[in-house]
Design a protein around this ligand. Structure first.
Ligand code: HEM
Length: 429
């Protein structure tokens, strides 16, 4: 069938057999790696992973739309099962990561989401805006005269982390430790660590768990504290059957990664994408009103969450494929985001695209990302500040490294350069 579209003939059964989520084409470019699937076999079983892969926009959306039949209970499960040695290590730390928000079933999920939604409403985010801009400006001040910086190290890692901690009301100590913890949590949940690596990761995850518990204790000692986790802790006292103890501890650990790593990676992907499309970059430098849609197009074209999970609670069919009860699904948003059936010229990056915002990077439906407007606001402010102060920015020659895993995607480093003598604020201060 591939030949009809002018692409090389592929044998879909062989492609499904060979599908590897941790190395090869999927790690290089998840959307491109599943083009054959979108065209020929949009729902397939990947034996190496033990998951059914879903690659078309409409099918992914249908799965997101029904959290009863397609339960999110496996969202934070270790995709590579722990070795018995790693399990023992985790036990030693009393590790008990359980249901948070993102992996909770109905009806408990909606009740909890409603009880904890207020902080995320746009009218309550205004106060974040000034802080994000101030932090962003300080970071740019620190490197603007240098001519070369790793944007992640210089800005995109720490600003989302500080914004997240502030939003949550979590004290800002141990920022360096949190980096190790976040990577360990990502590898533990979405990666394929070797048996040896599992041991190291288990210690970091165990320490992260204990650290989350200590933060909660510190925060409980400040009953008047502000921020979302303080609110959560108060709701835990008020309605413990809805906002449970287990939830509070699990969420404390998960949210640091959910609120921060996602945004850092999405922002890095955004700068990388725009700087490799100089026409788009020049257009937003000339007209900042294009920035909001450019952010959406970056989230569509190069989002930071490329795949998410669900598990069937009953036998069903998806796009004519029979799925048994308990089937584990890898729904690949990056592939849906480049599905020609929904997006015209889907593999073209186009900041003027009128339906860019339809992307699935924040998920969809009952569990759709609660922090999407915070993430967007940060990405928008990063672009506003950088395009204004460094319009002559360009990408340095470099090889990009990515942490091998199914879901979190973004380069480890992003080197950019410019001529400081041409900084607009030198001639026009
Ligand atoms: C859920 C992506 C930023 C908090 C999710 C989900 C995705 C996602 C894919 C699951 C959606 C679903 O199952 O339908 C992202 C991306 C971000 C980002 C790509 C940045 C660009 C944030 C931030 C916060 C946050 C900044 C918090 C401040 C949450 C929460 C949930 C969630 C609490 C669980 C919602 C629920 O299950 O009801 N996010 N996220 N996220 N996200 Fe985000």
């Amino acid at each position: 069938a591939g030949a009809e579209h002018g692409c090389p003939v592929t044998d879909p059964t062989a492609m499904a057999e060979a599908f590897d989520a941790f190395e090869g084409p999927y790690q290089l470019d998840p959307a491109e790696a599943l083009r054959w699937s979108r065209d020929q076999l949009p729902v397939f079983y990947a034996p190496k992973l033990g998951y059914w892969v879903v690659s078309r926009y409409d099918d992914i959306k249908a799965v997101f739309r029904d959290p009863i039949l397609f339960s999110p209970r496996n969202v934070l499960e270790k995709i590579t099962p722990a070795t018995s040695e790693a399990q023992e290590i985790l036990k030693g730390y009393d590790y008990a990561m359980a249901r948070t928000m993102v992996n909770e079933d109905e009806p408990a999920h909606m009740e909890r989401r409603r009880a904890l939604l207020d902080h995320f409403m746009p009218e309550n985010l205004e106060q974040q805006q000034d802080m994000i801009r101030r932090l962003t400006r300080e970071k740019i001040d620190a490197f603007i005269d240098s001519g070369r910086v790793d944007l992640i190290d210089g800005m995109l890692y720490e600003v989302p982390l500080l914004v997240a901690l502030h939003f949550l009301g979590v004290p800002e100590d141990e920022i360096a430790t949190l980096k190790t913890f976040s990577v360990a949590h990502s590898v533990n949940t979405w990666g394929k660590p070797s048996d040896q690596k599992q041991i190291e990761v288990a210690h970091d995850v165990g320490r992260f768990w204990q650290y989350a518990g200590e933060i909660i204790e510190k925060m409980r000692a400040e009953p008047e504290g502000t921020g979302w986790m303080h609110h959560t802790i108060r709701m835990n006292a008020e309605i413990p059957e809805v906002v449970t103890d287990s939830y509070v501890h699990s969420m404390m650990m998960a949210i640091i990664v959910a609120a921060h790593e996602t945004t850092s990676l999405a922002s890095a992907n955004m700068f990388k994408t725009l700087l490799t499309h100089p026409d788009a970059w020049n257009d937003i430098c000339a007209d900042p009103s294009l920035i909001p849609n450019a952010v959406e197009e970056c989230l569509r074209y190069a989002g930071s969450i490329v795949a998410w999970r669900r598990q069937t609670t009953a036998p069903t069919t998806l796009n004519d494929v029979d799925l048994p009860k308990g089937a584990k699904l890898l729904i690949v948003q990056a592939s849906g985001n480049q599905d020609e059936r929904h997006f015209e010229a889907a593999d073209t990056f186009d900041i003027y695209r009128d339906n860019a915002v339809d992307h699935l990077t924040f998920g969809y439906g009952a569990h759709q990302c609660m922090g999407k407007n915070i993430g967007r606001m940060e990405m928008r402010i990063f672009l506003e500040e950088v395009t204004r102060r460094l319009p002559h920015l360009r990408l340095s020659e470099q090889e990009f490294d990515y942490l091998p895993n199914t879901s979190f995607r973004g380069p480890d480093e992003l080197w950019v350069e410019w001529e400081p003598v041409q900084n607009p604020e030198r001639t026009n201060p």
